[in-house]
Every structure is written in C-alpha cells, then in structure tokens.
Design a protein around this ligand. Structure first.
Ligand SMILES: Cc1cc2nc3c(=O)[nH]c(=O)nc-3n(C[C@H](O)[C@H](O)[C@H](O)COP(=O)(O)OP(=O)(O)OC[C@H]3O[C@@H](n4cnc5c(N)ncnc54)[C@H](O)[C@@H]3O)c2cc1C
Length: 223
C-alpha cells in the first residue's frame, strides 16, 4: 500500500514547523512554577500559536467539535518534538487527557472542558495506570460507585503526568468486579469518569508523575 502526504498535509507540516521555530526563537520569560510542575505559560504560548487548538478542530467555531485526523496528530507531534520535546510533551498530554471527553463526554462536559484545554487555560490529565495495572489495563482495580450525586472513586493511580496540577482528569475506573478467581471479566471497556480536583484527593507531588489516590465524588461521568 502506498503512502504519501497530500498537499494539505505538507502545508500543515510546514505551518507546525514554523510555529515550532517561533517557539524556540523566543523562549518564555515566565518560568514554570517549579520542577515537575505544569508549565502553564508554555501551554498558553502553544495555544496562542494555534498548536493546541489544532488538536481540537471546531473549538473556534470552524464546524463541529471533532478529533484531529491521525495524520495531523503525527505531524503536529513530530514537527514540534523536533524543535522542543518539552513543548511536544505538554501538547500531547493535553490531547491524551481531553480526547476521552471529546469522544465520550456529555455535551456539557465537552463545552466545559475542550475550549479551556485548547486555549491552555485548563490542564488535562489521563489517569489509567495503577500500581498493579500498567500494560495490562484491564486489571485496573480503582472502583467507581454511585454516591454523593455523582460517582465516588476508591483506589489508587500512579504515574499520572500533570498531577497534581491538572484541572480535569479522565479517570479509568471499574464498575464491575475485578478479574480473578470467581469473577467475570468486564463485558466491555472499563468506564471513564471526568473529574475536577476534589479536596479528598491525596497526591504526593514529589515527582511530575505523582501517585494519586482518591475517594472523590466526580460530579459527572462519561462512558
Ligand atoms: C514518564 C511517564 C509518564 C507517564 N504518564 C502516565 C499518565 O499520564 N497516565 C497514565 O495512566 N500512565 C502514565 N504512565 C504509566 C505508563 O503508561 C505505564 O508505565 C505503562 O502503561 C507500562 O506499565 P508498567 O510500568 O506497569 O509496566 P508493565 O506493564 O509491568 O510492563 C513492564 C515490561 O513488560 C512488558 N510487557 C508487559 N506485558 C507484556 C506482555 N503481555 N508481553 C510481552 N511483554 C510485556 C512491557 O513492554 C514492559 O517492557 C507514565 C509512565 C512514565 C514512565
């Protein structure tokens, strides 16, 4: 099977390369909050250059909110990473944390979070990994139970990039028994919940990828 970029993709790649060059040419004068903390000034610069909105076509009223085509995501990340891996990671994490909201969130959640993530005003995180569930994501054990008008989460996540600073987390949780002797495997993918930070969450902010445990009650849920 042949593969080649079309003219639009090549033009897009050139545009990303130009943005990346501008980013490197004018390093931010505002330092991040500290080692391992989210670089919010950088996110706002990525938004100002149009790179973050490119993750979420439609956030500026140019048609319905939709995913960027996979080829565009690759070009964005490749050309940004070539210039600045820190910036590329920041951009990728915004997409990773917010795409589940785009794909499966309620209309309210999409309107609440996606424009904010695309403008760099809100920081997103993707919380899948647990101490005993890494590559084998189906082994995740963090439970979601109805409660408090939303869902109450019981369990622990680890290696969550952008924690503890993120404003919105996509949390993968279990509503069925964990796989094991006597338990049935879940019949579908684990559900996800989006949650804003809650005072009940405990985070050890000693590393950029903090261990994070929660008994929070997110106000809404996506599946
Ligand atoms: C810098 C960093 C940032 C991260 N950020 C996030 C984040 O934001 N959100 C999040 O949810 N997670 C995050 N993670 C976690 C990351 O996604 C996990 O490390 C990953 O899922 C692997 O899980 P694990 O470390 O438990 O390794 P394991 O799953 O224990 O795997 C260990 C090794 O065994 C291999 N292996 C596993 N299963 C098999 C198999 N069936 N066959 C052959 N080989 C196998 C793997 O390839 C690997 O080499 C981050 C990790 C790092 C290092």
């Amino acid at each position: 099977m042949g593969f080649a970029l079309n003219d639009d993709d090549r033009e897009f790649a050139r545009w990303v390369g130009g943005c990346a060059a501008a980013l490197v040419a004018e390093p931010s004068v505002v330092p991040p909050a500290g080692p391992g903390r989210v670089d919010r000034p950088l996110l706002r610069r990525l938004a100002g250059l149009g790179l973050l909105p490119a993750l979420f076509p439609g956030t500026h009223g140019d048609g319905p909110l939709r995913e960027a085509p996979a080829i565009r995501l690759c070009l964005l990340r490749e050309h940004l990473a070539r210039a600045d891996t820190h910036a590329e990671t920041a951009l990728a994490l915004q997409g990773l944390g917010a795409y589940p909201v785009l794909q499966s969130g309620t209309e309210l959640q999409r309107r609440r979070w996606l424009p904010a993530v695309a403008s760099g005003e809100a920081v997103a995180a993707f919380a899948l990994t647990e101490p005993d569930a890494g590559s084998d994501a189906a082994a995740l054990a963090l439970r979601a139970e109805p409660g408090g008008g939303g869902w109450r989460l019981h369990g622990e996540k680890t290696w969550i990039s952008n924690a503890p600073d993120a404003d919105v987390y996509t949390v993968f949780a279990r509503t069925t028994p964990a796989p094991g002797p006597g338990a049935s495997p879940p019949s579908s993918s684990p559900p996800t919940a989006t949650a804003s930070p809650d005072p009940h969450w405990r985070c050890s902010p000693t590393t950029p990828w903090a261990t994070w445990s929660s008994t929070a009650s997110p106000s809404d849920r996506t599946t």
